[in-house]
Design a protein around this ligand. Structure first.
Ligand code: FES
Ligand SMILES: [Fe+2]
Length: 342
């Protein structure tokens, strides 16, 4: 992607190395739902390899089209099923000794010379908003919150950009509550917004105003949700009822290295031009948001996790946000504690 190539050049030419080259990771991987791929990239016949928290995953589909996320190693003797597997009719056959596994539950269903009791390791996966979300937990904890329901009916196929940054998902999501940076870094004039913490979710209502040349003003009404540290969602509503949806995800791929996804899709009012207009609206919003995110990228890529932060009176609610984020780490505060305000 062009955005990435330009940024890569910027990062390569920076006079200092990125944060993951000079600093120890200050936060562990966090439990949560992470965007593994866009839905239309996952097919039943050819697995898609992705990486979350230093581990490879294969994405594929069962015979009825349900998405599956599996660890790539055959439970028999460990052949890599991204290389040695043949996928069809909801099963994968390993090319090393011929054992076949059912993608519904990971069990071995056929073998030329006796089945193994070992199973394919499947991870919780869910499709929503034209994306495949995979649950990651360092300790194997099952999902304790859901991916929000993001319908795709009538929405354009998402346009997406990804950025690999030396940072942590908690730092990226902290941006949303860092009120002063909207003013100083992004040049918005910004009255404080409404931020509500609700278990694993943060709800945000922000109004961002920006003065443009020749006396024009630009106003962005930002009605968003954050679900864990890996999923952010925002809807822009236009007066005629048309909508543009922003989905972001910060996916940990290695210690202090995060793949940041920005996607937009649109659902414009029906009419003969609604499809191309939706396509265009999604691209325009994508360009505008990516342009703003470009200001954040060099901050994140070289930033140290400042803990405790030395906050001033005018800062946004950084402290409550960091307390809220604890629920996503093994041994952190439970979401019940946080709901009761402790
Ligand atoms: S390693 Fe896969 S069948 Fe033996
Ligand atoms: Fe920002």
């Amino acid at each position: 992607m062009r955005w990435n190539r330009n940024l890569y050049r910027l990062y390569r030419s920076a006079p200092v190395p990125p944060a993951d080259a000079t600093l120890e990771p200050a936060l562990p991987y966090a439990n949560g739902w992470y965007l593994a791929a866009l839905s239309h990239h996952v097919t039943p016949h050819r697995p898609l390899a992705v990486r979350i928290a230093q581990e490879d995953l294969l994405l594929t589909r069962t015979s009825n089209g349900t998405v599956r996320a599996l660890r790539p190693y055959c439970p028999h003797l460990g052949a890599h099923l991204g290389v040695m597997g043949t996928y069809q009719k909801g099963q994968v056959r390993c090319g090393f000794h011929g054992m076949t596994f059912d993608l519904t539950d990971g069990s071995c269903v056929a073998s030329p010379y006796g089945r193994t009791k070992g199973r394919l390791a499947l991870l919780p996966a869910h499709e929503s908003g034209a994306a495949v979300w995979v649950w990651y937990s360092q300790a194997g904890t099952p999902p304790y919150f859901d991916v929000p329901d993001m319908s795709t009916t009538g929405w354009s196929t998402p346009v997406a950009a990804t950025f690999d940054i030396a940072t942590h998902p908690q730092i990226i999501m902290e941006n949303a509550v860092d009120e002063q940076h909207f003013v100083h870094l992004h040049r918005f004039t910004h009255p404080p917004g409404e931020i509500t913490y609700c278990g694993p979710t943060i709800k945000l209502k922000l109004r961002l105003d920006r003065s443009l040349p020749f006396g024009y003003d630009f106003r962005l009404l930002f009605d968003g949700e954050i679900h864990g540290l890996g999923l952010g969602l925002s809807n822009f509503l236009f007066p005629d009822g048309s909508r543009v949806r922003l989905i972001i995800s910060a996916v940990p791929i290695a210690p202090w290295r995060t793949r940041f996804w920005i996607t937009h899709s649109a659902k414009l009012k029906s009419g003969p031009a609604s499809r191309p207009a939706s396509w265009l609206a999604a691209r325009i919003m994508q360009a505008l948001v990516c342009n703003d995110v470009h200001a954040d990228l060099p901050v994140w890529h070289f930033q140290r996790y400042q803990h405790p932060p030395r906050l001033s009176a005018g800062d946004g609610p950084i402290g409550p946000y960091r307390q809220w984020a604890q629920q996503f780490y093994e041994g952190g505060a439970s979401s019940k504690d946080l709901q009761s305000g402790h």
